[in-house]
Design a protein around this ligand. Structure first.
Ligand code: FAD
Length: 325
């Protein structure tokens, strides 16, 4: 069976949920291997083994952590060659983060392979190929694509699949990379950890509760946060709400904000402008609460509630509390 290389995005020895999802997809199409950067590689390799990683390549050279993206791309290209020579490489899977997208593109150029981005599923195709499934045009079309040259480089959106544990003890290999001078062009000069809200990361969250101008004020977000906390969800915001100074830009969903692809998305007091939809159109289930029955968000919603959010959301919260008790 051909190898499938999964690029781990973590430095603390854990395997984040989007990487667990990639490993689950990798197990379906080949023999999963991971590449881990940084000093916690051994711990991360064991964590990846819990989700089926049969091989783990550890790149402990600090260069990969001190410089932006290029050293990682060079290391992955080197490992891709090793796996190609050792039984074949079907695919390299990346999480659709800003680093993931950039490194994937660089690796595709380095190893002369086709690149598919924003996949929501990956499966084995004919003749050992790999098929990536993408949702396009406000999720009105499902596209299946395969690469015709080299291993498939696929960037997969978080929440594409539920992670499936599969305990394996990975064969661990330390990798030494002779980084080029070019790899050291952009140095990371500082890292500041953002204060945690205790809520999940917006881009990876399985449930997102978003609020818009219909909330009427910054205080309206207390309603959104309350519902989000009941559901263990992340909080999102429309640009109108962000521009009004009601919520942080880090939480903006849309064309000029974050792209989310949760299992469940609440759009509350949000009209559903195309630029907002661009950031949430691949959510599996969309619930819209809006007092205007003509609001465009209802074209996309699986469940629509026409009503005043100040009346609907508290009723929803009361019902959730009742069902949880
Ligand atoms: C280049 C560009 C990039 C952009 N990028 C983004 C982006 O990344 N993300 C983004 O969101 N937007 C983006 N926009 C802005 C976008 O076009 C819209 O203006 C914005 O999404 C509107 O936000 P909204 O839905 O909160 O506000 P509105 O369009 O004003 O909608 C508010 C909604 O709340 C409803 N409402 C009001 N009161 C209540 C109530 N009491 N109960 C229930 N419903 C109520 C109204 O019926 C209305 O539908 C961008 C625009 C441009 C030009």
């Amino acid at each position: 069976m051909s190898h499938v290389l999964v690029v781990v995005e973590a430095t603390d020895g854990s395997i984040p949920k989007p990487t667990q999802e990639l490993l689950t997809l990798a197990s379906r199409i080949g023999s999963p291997a991971v590449v881990v950067f940084g000093s916690n590689g051994q711990k991360a390799a064991e964590a990846a083994g819990a989700f089926g990683a049969e091989k783990a390549f550890l790149v402990e050279d600090a260069t990969a952590e001190e410089y932006l993206v290029v050293p990682q791309a060079e290391a992955i290209a080197q490992i891709a060659k090793t796996l190609t020579d050792d039984g074949g490489l079907a695919a390299i899977l990346f999480t659709a983060s800003s680093d993931g997208r950039e490194i994937a593109a660089r690796v595709a150029v380095k190893i002369d392979a086709g690149l598919l981005t924003d996949a929501v599923d990956v499966r084995a195709g004919d003749n050992g190929g790999v098929v990536a499934v993408q949702n396009v045009f406000a999720a009105s079309f499902v596209v299946e694509a395969t690469v015709t040259h080299g291993p498939a480089i696929v960037v997969v959106k978080p929440n594409a699949v539920a992670p499936e544990p599969k305990a394996v003890t990975p064969v661990v290999e330390n990798v030494t990379v002779a980084f080029s001078d070019l790899a050291k062009s952009a140095k990371i000069t500082g890292r500041t950890e953002r204060a945690s809200t205790g809520r999940p990361e917006l881009a990876d969250a399985a449930i997102v509760v978003s609020g818009g101008r219909g909330l009427g004020s910054a205080d309206g977000f207390q309603l959104i946060e309350g519902l989000a906390d009941q559901l263990g969800a992340a909080v999102g915001a429309s640009r109108a709400a962000v521009d009004a100074g009601w919520y942080s830009h880090a939480n903006q969903v849309g064309q000029t904000g974050k792209t989310v692809s949760p299992q469940l998305y609440f759009a509350i007091g949000i009209s559903g402008a195309i630029q907002h939809r661009a950031g949430m159109q691949t959510a599996k289930t969309v619930v819209a609460i809006n007092k205007d029955e003509e609001a465009p968000i209802f074209e996309l919603a699986d469940y629509g509630i026409v009503g005043d959010l100040n009346a609907v959301v508290p009723q929803l919260q009361a019902e959730i509390t009742k069902r949880k008790s």
